[in-house]
Write a protein that binds this ligand. Structure first.
Ligand code: ADP
Ligand code: MG
Length: 277
């Protein structure tokens, strides 16, 4: 396994007047090469959890092991952990700052001591992985469209050549077309590189047809886990947690009593029924 959280708790400002418990007894295991989803209502603890995966936050209870390193271990090399687990924050384009798109993507590898040639190769490769054209390299990041900015920010993290890519709500604030584009790029990236991917979302529609395994967070705990079909079949419970199952899941459950989470799966099922009839 590449990441393991064992009974993790996290309290913001512990002992202070604004103490806030954000995670309670969270355990999860991420195998190398997996595509994992984490969903949950706003405030359920998703961002707090994933910041533990690259050592940015360290548990106030329990422990997190990343690529063999216990992030609480004083001797753990957190710089290496941060390079192995690339975290793309929510609204990552707010962190674009360089004069050009190229320099922005080149920032992290340059900082990590890649040579100029290695950096150049990493920039071109990661731009290609997110579908960002090299013709945009000399533009200012501020001239890009919303979707292009998001891709540039993701490419900046990929350029470190991490083993794990964590994306915190990568489609937030994009229009449906932009959402679909980013998701299909992420799917392609996982398929082509075999990189471990952890995708966080506050909705369910987005990630049903990407991830192999899904964790549902509620009030700082893991409330449910399983394959998307297993999780989505319990949509009444999900709705109690403020999540809405895809329409197609509801419809297929009510009409046929089957668990599906994408229109594609519903089509296959109905075609099967028709064929047998
Ligand atoms: N820096 C912080 N200081 C104090 N409380 C915080 C901080 N960041 C998040 N929280 C609180 O921790 C809880 C979990 O937040 P978060 O991990 O951001 O959830 P999500 O990403 O699922 O929306 C929320 O109640 C939030 O208000
Ligand atoms: Mg969040």
């Amino acid at each position: 396994m590449i990441i393991q959280a064992q009974n993790v708790s996290y309290i913001y400002s512990e002992g202070g007047p604004f103490e806030k418990g954000a995670l309670k007894d969270v355990s999860m295991t991420v195998e190398s090469g997996a595509f994992i989803g984490i969903i949950g209502h706003t405030g359920s603890g998703k961002s707090t959890l994933v910041q533990h995966f690259n050592g940015l936050l360290r548990p106030t209870g329990g422990k997190v092991i990343v690529c063999g390193a216990d992030t609480l271990d004083k001797k753990a090399d957190l710089k290496t952990v941060r390079a192995k687990v690339g975290l793309v924050f929510q609204y990552p384009e707010h962190q674009l700052f360089a004069e050009t798109v190229y320099k922005d993507i080149a920032f992290a590898p340059g900082n990590m001591g890649f040579s100029a040639d290695e950096t150049d190769a990493a920039v071109r490769e990661s731009a290609a992985l997110v579908g960002l054209s090299e013709t945009l390299f000399e533009k200012s990041p501020f001239e890009l469209s919303g979707g292009q900015k998001r891709r540039a920010a993701i490419a900046g993290v990929l350029a470190m050549r991490p083993q794990v890519l964590v994306l915190d709500e990568p489609t937030a604030g994009l229009d449906p077309r932009g959402r679909e584009d980013i998701l299909s790029q992420i799917k392609r990236l996982h398929a082509e590189t075999g990189m471990t991917v952890i995708l966080v979302s506050h909705g369910m529609e987005d990630i049903a047809n990407c991830v192999d395994y899904l964790y549902v967070m509620d009030h700082g705990t893991i409330a449910m886990q399983g394959t998307p079909a297993e999780v989505y079949s319990r949509y009444e419970r999900l709705e109690q947690m403020g999540l809405t199952a895809p329409q197609v899941t509801r419809l297929m459950k009510q009409r046929y009593g089957v668990d599906v989470c994408t229109v594609e799966q519903a089509k296959d099922y109905i075609l099967g029924v028709l064929r047998r009839a």
